[in-house]
Design a protein around this ligand. Sequence first.
Ligand code: PMT
Length: 386
Amino acid sequence: MAGRILIIVDGPAALTYGTPMVTALRQRKYTVQVAPTAYPGPSATAFVSELAWTTLSGHPCKTIETLDAEAFRQQDLILLAPVSHQVLDIFLRGKALEYLQAAGKPVLAAVPRLSSDPQEDPTEFLAKMPPRSILLQGDTLLDLGAMGTLKAPSLEALLLTVDSILSKNDLAGKRVLITAGPTAEDIDPVRFLTNRSSGKMGIALATAAALRGAEVQLVHGPIQTTVPALTNLHAVPVRSAEEMHHAVLECWTNLDIAILAAAVADFRPDHYAPQKIKKVDGQALILNLRRTPDILAELGTFETRPFLVGFAAESDDVEVNALLKLRKKHCDLICANDIRKPGCGFAVDTNQITLYSPEEAPLHLPLKPKRELADDILNEIVRRMK
Ligand code: PMT
């Protein structure tokens, strides 16, 4: 793959994570230059010498302290991997920030998964970064030997993100709406109806679209999965189907693509009980349920609309049901997943999708990680939009 990457490494992770990362990036044919930290103490050069970085990367190594504006301008991507939030903070207050902003190249910072500490708010980082920059969070435990451990995104996740940023910018200028996760329909202050959606499929699509340059609105229900912090990915958290309906309509201007991957509850309790419902011995509780708005079906009736993609989670007659949804909801494309198959559908990291459209024969995509599948789905959307 073509692309020039400036890699900033720090601390003992430079040895255990930085060196295999540089090798892997070179194997993928990227041109890499390493800029290690070189302060007194456990900086990157204390663990791997400048000569070793030059040898490993194939390009003269310059410590971060000696880099000038030109060194940033010549790159296609600036990679800080992995760094702690403290190092990121220090880095972003120095001269390097000026150079980064002047160069305008995307920045990928691999950091530990954020805790609930408000000081680790990624919005501050992103506000200072050029477009398509990403704070990639992870909790893969790195063994730093005598130096302890560090959490970071896996090397695989990092390489996939680098590939996405550098290989395609085909959604630049496009506005994309994505829905993800379940909705929760409250019964009383403690109980609610929901489903097993984790939001992983929708988040994978939103991440892939944003890394390919789109301005993405991600409307998601209650989820535990982290939404990556990206300058052009805007998360809109909601709770119920009603709230998701409103949020989607709010985003409904000048869209190019809408992908509805959320598992929206089809029913909600007729009445919300403001006090916790008490159980009475020997008595059943009868809940009356009413339909929620079918968001996708409503969007399908709009005269001016973007390329409209729906999902279908099926447990039987996948093709028949997917084609029924395609026609009934007036979609351009339906992504059907057979939720009975192992590794498919709800709350897993992989999925297998078959694409149905009014014009073309069904396209079976193989079982693969949702993040990779997201790129395949987007490739098909881009091709069919032409
Ligand atoms: O979130 P994950 O754990 O990663 O799981 C991914 C997934 C299984 C949720 C995802 O791949 C998926 O299949 N999403 C759609 C699930 C679903 O509810 O399908 P459905 O067949 O009930 O709905 C069909 C389509 O209509 C969907 O695009 C849905 O978003 C939409 N819909 C449904 C009901 C409703 N009230 N409003 C809607 O917009």
